[in-house]
Design a binder for this molecule. Structure first.
Ligand SMILES: Cc1ncc(COP(=O)(O)O)c(C=O)c1O
Length: 420
């Protein structure tokens, strides 16, 4: 193993020093710079859902790199609309919904798009009747800025990204502290408490933004009754129900999208991570009546929907469909859950499909995660007492058994006492 001291690193110290440097991957395995092999049960935090170096994705990237890497969004491309059409069908669980997609580069950006959409949907606009163009302002008109419904309500324990707006949407006040002032227009409510949500819905609210399983918050799945209650409240009050599927989307939970377990159809769905299997791409989908509130110029990003990233996404989605990735995640998740639950040091296993939180009996999850890495298994501590596992959706039964045996050995060795 190698490590880099922060003082010597050319990288900003936003992450803890890396315990291992990976140089190669194939399927569910990674290799470090010393040639040591690891079983990857984290997938780059739910990104490489088809495993590392998937041949279909690699081939699509190589072909596209030789054909056309990038054009500006001032011009058309063929692949973006094709991927958007597939996503619309998968969001409809096989039935096209006629929604529209904005492509971007990350999960935070997908949520930024959703937040801007909510503000426009809520009626934010400049009343241009009030004045002529102002000289020297690049075409800005004087006029009256009309603030519509604009507040986005999200849940405590949520995670929606690290840009200033998505950081404020993230319901973890400790992460906000050193970045004040944050953009206004965000409010947090207790997770899974419909009464608390209802109390928060004053006339300034435009949208509710929730994850179907809180990933970074500890792998906490939502109840169907909660999501259905949120849908009802949003319908009654004309609010957008926006679902953040950045971690859960595209098969990981055993359905194409996590909300499909919960008996609702959202107005806006955001995703990223698995969409490119490691190539940076995010997407924000909205029902067409919602997407239609955007006008040309309202939102943009240079790389959004460019040919290389969308070629990767097209190959990912085609492979996921041909492999029945959601079905495989459901079956593999059941096997992994059952085997892990039988370990004496495991209190419970929560989550859905292959997004699992493994609650440990009296053990420090960070120490367990470090011991697992030393034993050649990659996972992470999602809370002080729980491990998060998010392996490739194509993980084999033999690899699951290998993972459970390794985890069992590490837990039996009893790395340390529980967190104080
Ligand atoms: C639910 C959720 N939303 C948003 C994000 C932010 O995505 P990104 O890191 O790609 O900006 C994450 C990242 O972990 C996430 O889990």
């Amino acid at each position: 193993m190698t490590s880099t001291t922060q003082a010597a690193s050319p990288l900003m110290p936003t992450y803890p020093p890396a315990p291992v440097t990976f140089v190669r991957g194939e399927g569910s395995y990674l290799w470090d710079d010393q040639g040591r092999r690891y079983l990857d049960l984290l997938s780059g935090l739910a990104v490489t859902s088809l495993g590392h170096a998937h041949p279909a994705v690699a081939e699509a990237l190589a072909t596209q790199a030789r054909t056309l890497l990038h054009v500006s969004n001032l011009f058309g491309t063929t692949i973006g609309p094709e991927v958007a059409t597939t996503l619309d069908r998968l969001i409809g669980d096989g039935v096209p919904l006629g929604g529209q997609v904005f492509f971007c580069n990350s999960g935070a950006e997908a949520n930024e798009c959703a937040i801007k959409l909510a503000r426009r949907f809520g009626g934010a606009r400049l009343d241009r009747r009030a004045g002529p163009e102002r000289p020297g302002t690049g075409g800005a008109k004087s006029g009256e800025y009309v603030r519509g419904r604009h507040v986005v309500v999200s849940a405590y324990g949520s995670f929606h990204g690290r840009t200033l707006a998505t950081l404020h949407a993230t319901g973890q006040p400790a992460k906000h502290e050193v970045f004040q002032p944050l953009p206004e227009g965000f409010r947090h409510v207790t997770w899974q408490d419909l009464d608390d949500l209802e109390r928060a819905l004053d006339p300034s609210v435009a949208a509710v933004l929730l994850e179907p399983v809180q990933g970074e918050g500890g792998v906490n799945p939502a109840d169907a009754a909660y999501f259905q209650g949120v849908r009802r409240l949003c319908d009654e009050r004309g609010l957008l129900f926006m679902v953040d599927e950045v971690q859960t989307g595209l098969g990981r939970t055993g359905r194409w999208f996590g909300f499909q377990h919960l008996g609702v159809v959202p107005d806006v769905v955001t995703m990223a991570k698995a969409l490119g299997n490691g190539v940076p791409i995010g997407a924000c989908w909205a029902r067409s009546e919602v997407a239609g509130v955007f006008e040309p110029g309202d939102h943009a990003t240079t790389y959004g929907g460019q040919p290389l990233a969308t070629a990767a996404a097209r190959a990912v989605l085609a492979t996921m469909e041909s492999e029945d990735a959601p079905g495989r995640a459901a079956a593999a998740g059941a096997r992994l859950t059952q085997s892990l639950s039988a370990l004496p040091e495991v209190v419970s296993v929560r989550g859905q499909g292959l997004l699992l939180g493994v609650e440990l009996a009296g053990l420090d999850a960070s120490a367990v995660s470090a011991a697992l890495l030393a034993a050649g298994v990659v996972g992470n501590a999602v809370t002080p007492t729980a491990l998060r596992l998010a392996p490739s959706l194509l993980i084999t039964d033999a690899q699951i058994d290998e993972a459970v045996a390794a985890i069992g050995d590490v837990l039996a060795a009893g790395v340390s006492a529980g967190p104080s």
